[in-house]
Design a protein around this ligand. Structure first.
Ligand code: GLC
Length: 799
C-alpha cells in the first residue's frame, strides 16, 4: 500500500494518506538550530546541541507515537468545531477532513481542508547570517472557501523543554521548579531561571487575542493535545507561573470574507522579547518569503554539485534529491537526534562521522572538512580514535550549565580511553575520508596542517595518518590478521584479541588511499614502506582467511574461525567478503566466488543480510551479536550500511547488472508501495530491515541517522556511475546494467563544470573505450579550473 508520492519538481515527498502506521520524519535547519519533525508536525527542536540546549519537548517512544510537536489549531468560533492543520494531534477521520503533509528539503508543509476552509502550516528554519538569532517559523495561511463570512481562531502551540535533556526527562525536582513562564509584549517566554539570561520564546507577527504559558492551563486536566480545553472553549486562560510545565500558546482571531485568505506567522526561538521582536522585524511576510526562497536556493546550489540523468527514475530521484539530502543531514547533525536517538548521547561517533564526511565533500566541502578536523583532534597519539567524543569538550568549550544538582559532566580526561575500549576500525575510516576531501578540493597542503592529538602533543595530518596505519599494523593477532578489539565496524562483534578479516581488509583499503596520496605528494619513501606492509597483509589474508567459497569473518581469541563452511550459524558474512574485494586483497577468482556466495546466501528482495544463517547459540567469544534476536540488527538483519559495499565490490569486478540488482533491493524509493511491510520513509535509508529469520521480515527501522546514506551515495555515484575525482584527474569508469544505453551527469569540481555524457553502444557492463574532453580525444580527463566542459565517454570492450 502507498501513503504518498514523490513530487520531483518541488523536491517534496507528499503524504496524502496521513494515517501512516509509523511517523515519517524530516529535518529542519541547516546550521545551529535543528528540528526533527514528523508528518504529523510532531517532534522537537534544539540549538547547537539536542542534549544541552533543547528548546521543545518530545515524549520519546511515547503513545501516541510522535507527540507533542509544533502545532497549529484552527477553531470555528461560530459552531465551536476545532481541528489541527497537521492530522495529529486532533486527528479528524480522513473521510471528514482532507489532510496532506509535504516533506521538502529542510521544511515541511501540513495542510487541511475542512469545514469550508483550506489552511496550511509551513515549518522551516531560515539560514542565519552571522549575527542573526536562529528561529523556527510557522508560516500559516487560512482561506475561507465557503460562501459566507467566517469567524475563526488560530492557535499556535509548543511545549518547552528544560535545556539539559537528561534533567528534563529524569529530574523533575529541578525541571519543574527551575523554569517558568512569562508573557511580555505579546510574547510567551520560557525562563530557564538557573542560567543567567536564558530564555526561549514563542511569538507571532500579531497582537494576540489570548495566551497560555502553563501547559496544564492550555490542555486542562485529563485531556491531551487532541482536545485542549482552551481550544475547545475558544479562550486561552492567560496562564503564567514561575515553575511548572511551560508552554507557548497564542491565539489570533480572524474574520474571513468568502474566498479571502489571511496569513499569520509564529516564531520559536531562544532569547527574550527583544529576540522575538528582531524575529518579527526580520521575518515579516516579505522577510519570511525571502528566507524561504534563500533556503530553496541553498539546496538548489548544493544539489547542483552533481546531478545525474540515468534510465533509472528512482535512482535519479534518490541521487539528485533524497540520498544526498539524507547524507547531508548526517554531516550537519551527526547522528544523535531522531525519534530513536532522542538527544541524550550527543557527540561524534568516530567511525560514523568519518564515513559520513568521506561521502559528500563535493556538496558539503566545509562541513566535511570540519568533521575531518574534529576527528583528527579526537585521535590518540598512539593512533586510535576516541570512539564517542564531544568536540566541544576537547576544545574546552563550555557546554553544560552548573546547577546545584551534581551531574556527571563529560570532561576531557574521562573522555580519553585506552586500547581495550578502542574499536579496531574507527580511525582507519579517517584516512579515506581525508583523501576524498583533498581529492575534491585539490588542496594538498592540508596534509601538512598541524592538529593536536586528543591526549597530548600535535602532529601534521600526514603524521596522524601514519599513526593510524602504524597502530593497525601493530595490532595483529596470532595469524597476523588485524585484531578486532572492542568491536570492528560491527558493534556486536567483540573479538578483543581475536582477529577481524574486515579490519584487515579495511587496513589494506586505507593503505591504498594513503599510498595514492603519497604519490600525489611525491613522498616515495612513505609510499614504499606502506606498500610493503600492505602487500604482506594481503598475502596473509589470502592465505589464512579464504574458506573455499568465501572469506572468513575472522578468528576468535582462541583461534577458532568465524564464518566458515563448517559453521552451522553465521556461515557467510557480508562485511568480510565485500571488503576482501573492495580492498583489492582478493584474487580475481576469489572475488567472483565470494560475491557469488554473497548473492546466494545473503540476498533477499529487501537487500543483503549481514550474515546467514543468523546466530542462535550464545557465544561470547564471537560477541554480543550472538545475543541479538535472529534477523534483528547485527544478527542477520538486512543491515543497510554494508549493502553499498557489495555494490562497490560488484562494480570492481565489472558486474553492473548484479550491482544494480543489489542496489534496487535496498533503494527506499523502490518500496513506496510496500509501506505495510517496510513501514518507513520511502525517501530515506534505514539503519536495518528485519531479516529472513525474523517474523517481521522486510520491516525497516531507524531512518535518516545511518551510514547507509553516505555509503549508498558514494557507491552509486563513484562506482556504479563511476564518477571519481582523483588527486590530479577525474575518472569516469561506470559499471552499469548492460541494457543501459548510457547516461548523463553534471559534476562541479574545483571551480569547473563537467558535463558528462556516457554512451554504451556495445551494451557492456564495464569498460571505457574512448574519452573526449571538449571534442578532443584524451587518455584521461584533465583538471580544469573554470568553465564548462563537455566530456564524452564511450563504453565498450577493446578488441
Ligand atoms: C550502528 C552504529 C555504527 C555501527 C553499526 C553496526 O549503525 O552507529 O557505528 O558500525 O551500527 O554495528
Amino acid at each position: 500500500m502507498q501513503y504518498g508520492y514523490f513530487d520531483d519538481a518541488a523536491r517534496e515527498y507528499v503524504i496524502d494518506h496521513v494515517n501512516v502506521p509509523v511517523s515519517l520524519t524530516n529535518y529542519l535547519g541547516t546550521q545551529r538550530m535543528g528540528a526533527v519533525i514528523s508528518h504529523n508536525a510532531g517532534g522537537y527542536c534544539w540549538l547547537d546541541s539536542p542534549q544541552h540546549h533543547r528548546i521543545t519537548r518530545f515524549r520519546p517512544n511515547g503513545v501516541p507515537m510522535d507527540w507533542p510537536g509544533h502545532y497549529v489549531y484552527l477553531r470555528d468560533d461560530e459552531d465551536g468545531r476545532y481541528w489541527s492543520l497537521s492530522w495529529q494531534p486532533v486527528g479528524l477521520p480522513p473521510e471528514q477532513a482532507r489532510y496532506e503533509a509535504r516533506h521538502g528539503l529542510s521544511y515541511s508543509v501540513f495542510s487541511c481542508e475542512y469545514a469550508g476552509t483550506v489552511a496550511s502550516e509551513t515549518l522551516f528554519i531560515p539560514r542565519e547570517s552571522g549575527a542573526d538569532d536562529p528561529v523556527e517559523i510557522f508560516d500559516v495561511r487560512v482561506r475561507n472557501t465557503s460562501d459566507r463570512e467566517r469567524r475563526l481562531s488560530v492557535y499556535g502551540y509548543v511545549e518547552f523543554s528544560f535545556h539539559e535533556i537528561d534533567m528534563d526527562n529524569q529530574n523533575f525536582q529541578m525541571s519543574l521548579y527551575a523554569a517558568g513562564s512569562h508573557y511580555r509584549g505579546g510574547v510567551c517566554l520560557n525562563e530557564l531561571h538557573y542560567e543567567p539570561g536564558a530564555f526561549q520564546f514563542f511569538a507571532g507577527n500579531f497582537d494576540p487575542d489570548g495566551h497560555d504559558g502553563v501547559r496544564d492551563g492550555f490542555i486542562g486536566p485529563y485531556r491531551t493535545e487532541r482536545n485542549p480545553l482552551a481550544v475547545e472553549q475558544g479562550t486561552l486562560s492567560g496562564s503564567t507561573e514561575l515553575g511548572g510545565n511551560v508552554c507557548g500558546a497564542l491565539q489570533k482571531k480572524l474574520v474571513l470574507q468568502p474566498g479571502e485568505e489571511k496569513r499569520i506567522l509564529f516564531y520559536l526561538g531562544t532569547g527574550r522579547e527583544d529576540a522575538a521582536d528582531r524575529a518579527r522585524r526580520r521575518y515579516d511576510e516579505a522577510g519570511t518569503d525571502r528566507a524561504f526562497a534563500a533556503l530553496r536556493e541553498f539546496w538548489e546550489e548544493k544539489l547542483s554539485a552533481l546531478q545525474v540523468h540515468t534510465p533509472h527514475e528512482n535512482m535519479n530521484r534518490s541521487l539528485n534529491i533524497w540520498n544526498f539530502y539524507q547524507s547531508e543531514i548526517n554531516v550537519l547533525f551527526s547522528r544523535f537526534s531522531s525519534f530513536i536517538e532522542v538527544g541524550g548521547r550527543t557527540g561524534l561517533g568516530y567511525r560514523d562521522t568519518a564515513q559520513d564526511a568521506m561521502c559528500i565533500p563535493h556538496g558539503e566541502p566545509d562541513g566535511c572538512l570540519m568533521r575531518v578536523r574534529q576527528l583528527l583532534h579526537g585521535l590518540m597519539r598512539e593512533g586510535y580514535g576516541l570512539h564517542l567524543f564531544d568536540p566541544a569538550v576537547l576544545e574546552a568549550r563550555d557546554c553544560a550549565v552548573k546547577t546545584p544538582t551534581v551531574i556527571p559532566e563529560a570532561d576531557r580526561k574521562s573522555m580519553l580511553h585506552g586500547i581495550t575500549d578502542a574499536c579496531a576500525d574507527d580511525a582507519l575510516w579517517l584516512i579515506p575520508a581525508i583523501a576524498e576531501n583533498v581529492r575534491e578540493s585539490g588542496d594538498l597542503s592540508f596534509f601538512d596542517e598541524v592538529i593536536s592529538y586528543a591526549d597530548e602533543g600535535e602532529g601534521t595530518v600526514w603524521e596522524h595518518m601514519k599513526a593510524i596505519l602504524d597502530f593497525s599494523y601493530r595490532q595483529v593477532g596470532v595469524h597476523g590478521v588485524t585484531k578486532g578489539l572492542r568491536a570492528d565496524w560491527n558493534d556486536c562483534l567483540n573479538l578483543g584479541g581475536g582477529e577481524s578479516a574486515m579490519v584487515a581488509f579495511l587496513l589494506v583499503w586505507a593503505s591504498n588511499h594513503f599510498i595514492d596520496a603519497a604519490g600525489a605528494l611525491g613522498r616515495s619513501e612513505d609510499a614504499a614502506h606502506y606498500t610493503k606492509l600492505r602487500n604482506e597483509m594481503i598475502e596473509i589474508c589470502r592465505r589464512t582467511l579464504w574458506d573455499g567459497e568465501w572469506f572468513l569473518r575472522g578468528f576468535t581469541a582462541a583461534g577458532d574461525p568465524i564464518g566458515s563452511s563448517a559453521a552451522e550459524e553465521g556461515k557467510v558474512h557480508l562485511e568480510s567478503n565485500t571488503w576482501a574485494v573492495i580492498s583489492g586483497a582478493a584474487t580475481e577468482a576469489q572475488a567472483r566466488a565470494c560475491m557469488d556466495s554473497v548473492d546466494s546466501w545473503l540476498y533477499t528482495r529487501w537487500g543483503l543480510m549481514l550474515n546467514a544463517p543468523s546466530f542462535r547459540t550464545i557465544d561470547d567469544s564471537i560477541g554480543f551479536v550472538t545475543r541479538v534476536y535472529p534477523g534483528v540488527k547485527e544478527n542477520g538483519a538486512i543491515f543497510s550500511h554494508p549493502n553499498p559495499w557489495a555494490w562497490v565490490a560488484e562494480c570492481m569486478i565489472g558486474r553492473g547488472g548484479r550491482a544494480m540488482k543489489f542496489y534496487d533491493a535496498l533503494l527506499p524509493e523502490n518500496q513506496n508501495d510496500q509501506m505495510e511491510i517496510r513501514q518507513a520513509e520511502p525517501y530515506s535509508y534505514c539503519q536495518f530491515i528485519m531479516g529472513r529469520d525474523h517474523t517481521a521480515f522486510g520491516r525497516a527501522r531507524h531512518p535518516f541517522m545511518t551510514g547507509s546514506s553516505g555509503w549508498s551515495y558514494y557507491a552509486a555515484t563513484r562506482y556504479m556511475l563511476g564518477i571519481r575525482p582523483g588527486f590530479d584527474a577525474l575518472t569516469v569508469d561506470p559499471c552499469i546494467p548492460a541494457e543501459w544505453d548510457g547516461f548523463t551527469a553534471v559534476r562541479k569540481w574545483r571551480g569547473a563544470v563537467y558535463r558528462i555524457t556516457v554512451a554504451n553502444p556495445g551494451h557492456v557492463e564495464k569498460g571505457v573505450l574512448s574519452i573526449e574532453a571538449d571534442g578532443q580525444p584524451v587518455s584521461r580527463i584533465p583538471v580544469f579550473s573554470s568553465g564548462t566542459h563537455e566530456i564524452k565517454i564511450t563504453m565498450g570492450v577493446s578488441k
